[in-house]
Write a protein that binds this ligand. Structure first.
Ligand code: DX5
Ligand code: ZN
Length: 228
């Protein structure tokens, strides 16, 4: 099994939401030096936007030179998330707000040989999930309202990242923290300092002239600003 992340590294996951979908193959090749490709799955209910279903994710998995990190912004995650693990995603992240039984779902997904993440909208507090965070490989703290690329980073999420990192450290758990939304050369340092170790960047990478150079610049900034 591919393991797209572990807690002792810093990882860059470009989001293909900002890619040119007419040329998806070459758009995947542009980011082959990244750690995983972040695929934003939207159902037009959980968020007001519509993107990929499981069969498209399966094709992306087959074509992508790097692992697929699926971020599900869909309702009824309990019944709909497993299809994305079956499609071959190396990690599947569902939203806490869309799951009735998140522990059961996390266990179901792990049995399908995928890493599992849980995502929080900006207005969802992190504290209620800390007691069950050991069920997950990754906590995704949204730094914009989910739904669209190119939005401004929400600075107010930094204390939430810090509190989550502290609690995970105190509990001696191996859980990565991913940030998603408005991550760029201007904001990545603060995310890393706060304790994030997986960084999703859509517009910052896909709108750059040289995507590989942007990926390495972001990775270097994150590594330099890791907390000690
Ligand atoms: C937003 C998505 C993000 C988005 C990030 O709902 O979850 O992954 O593509 O795009 P940027 O980096 O442009 O904010
Ligand atoms: Zn995302």
């Amino acid at each position: 099994m591919n393991t797209p992340y572990s807690t002792d590294g810093h990882y860059i996951h470009p989001s293909i939401l900002d890619a040119d979908f007419m040329s998806i193959g070459t758009e995947l090749d542009r980011i082959s030096t990244a750690d995983s490709v972040h695929v934003d799955v939207m159902d037009n209910h959980f968020v007001p936007n519509l993107t990929f279903g499981p069969s498209m994710v399966e094709q992306i998995v087959e074509r992508s030179p790097i692992p697929v990190d699926a971020h599900l912004m869909i309702d009824e995650a309990d019944t709909r998330a497993p299809a994305f693990a079956e499609a071959g995603a190396s990690s599947v992240t569902f939203h806490l707000e869309a799951a009735r039984a998140p522990v059961k779902l996390a266990r179901d997904l792990r049995r399908k040989n995928t890493q599992v993440g849980v995502a929080l909208r900006p207005a969802t507090a992190v504290e209620p999930i800390l007691d069950i965070i050991g069920e997950f490989d990754m906590l995704l703290i949204m730094t914009v309202e989910p739904g669209f690329g190119g939005q401004s980073f929400l600075e107010t999420m930094l204390p939430k990242i810090r509190r989550a990192r502290a609690a995970i450290g105190e509990a001696n758990l191996e859980v990565s923290i991913q940030v998603d939304g408005g991550v760029s050369r201007e904001t990545i340092e603060r995310c890393a300092e706060a304790g994030a170790n997986i960084f999703v960047a859509g517009s910052a990478i896909y709108r750059a002239q040289d995507a590989a150079e942007e990926i390495s610049a972001l990775r270097a900034l994150a590594q330099e600003h890791a907390p000690h």
